[in-house]
Design a protein around this ligand. Sequence first.
Ligand code: NAP
Ligand code: HSE
Length: 381
Amino acid sequence: MKVAVLGFGTVGFGVYEMLKNAAGLEQGPVLVRPGKKDQPYKVTSIEEIVNDPSVGAVAEVMGGVEPAFSYASAALKAGKHFVTSNKALVAAKGPELDAIAREKGVAFLFSAACGGGVPFLHNLALARESDAILSFGGILNGTTNYMLDAMQRLHLDYADVLADAQRLGYAEADPTADVSGLDALRKIMLACAVACGTLPTDGLLNEGIESVTAADVAHFQSRGYTCRLIASGGRTEDGAYAYVEPVLLRDGAAECAVLQNFNMARYEGGCAGPIVLMGQGAGRWPTASAVLRDLSGILRGEREMFPANLRRGEVDNSACSHSYYVRLPAALAGELPAASAELDGELCRMITEPIPVSQMHFTAARLRESGAPVFFAAVRE
Ligand code: NAP
Ligand code: HSE
């Protein structure tokens, strides 16, 4: 099967190279921007791919919702299998693409959109056929894991570790999505859709690591905690919950051993119990390997990751609550119920009583609106 590649950046180059040696797959044309055609195999218009009868599958690794959605729709309508690493595209337009693929009888697969090289969605899709998936999530962003790990183990500053993650090809073109938790949120949306058949639209909560400081990290470390950005999702009685936030874990917890750009994805099956998958969550070769896994899957007859009954819907986080570590101006310490608090100059570092996740996220947003610097992380003992 000849595979066209849309985008020739970090992942695109990796996919094109891996196609050289992949059984049953063949390098096809590569879409680049006008002005960047420096090789005969590169093309600058999607029509050259869509109208090429020798192309059997299209791998989109450009990023963004448009023109990726238009290109994906055109490829699927032309009867070509479509695989992507683009979680922004699948979170925004997955149901539409799934519907076209089913109508045309071609594949729409997106393993690489969640977990980098870790076969998380692939395994969730298999598991849901025979078991009820009760919960899912974990460390799903390689950039922030790399940053938090380097801040803790190497005592580096936020700006330096972010620059390193960009240089290493882990971060998005605009790293705001990584550090704000949006990238991990899109991934938990996809996991929710694959596991429960609901692609969440409303009710989602996400907190990233933008406001963490070297002093915060030193504080957690001195008290025996490690910070990780964790996505959480699962079934409720009549729907699903899904949110992303930093979590403080007691040293020795499994997540503390997840270093550098690694991810740790997990799900719990009603019969299988907990299953954990760990590997590189970002970077050229791990991600390209996931794209190739989908392409090889097509040769074996794999066609879809979403369940047939996929719908968009709200999530309900109201039953979720934890204690939180909160660093905020001392004058605002009364805004949250403290179980314990330490003053650090003008700052207060507190551990709250258990409170609803939504109360913590909304309180932080309100305090930030008035200019207050706030960092929070759930505490898991
Ligand atoms: P990247 O290095 O920025 O590469 C994207 C490439 O696509 C760039 O060469 C870009 O060209 C090109 N491109 C963008 N729009 C285009 C268009 N309209 N026509 C032709 N070419 C276009 O990004 P990446 O890291 O490879 O990521 C690609 C996708 O994979 C994203 O959706 C990302 O979220 C996802 N992903 C990345 C990783 C990772 O570790 N990097 C892991 C998993 C998933 P310009 O540079 O000229 O804009
Ligand atoms: N920017 C993403 C991350 C790429 O760091 O996890 C992998 O999806």
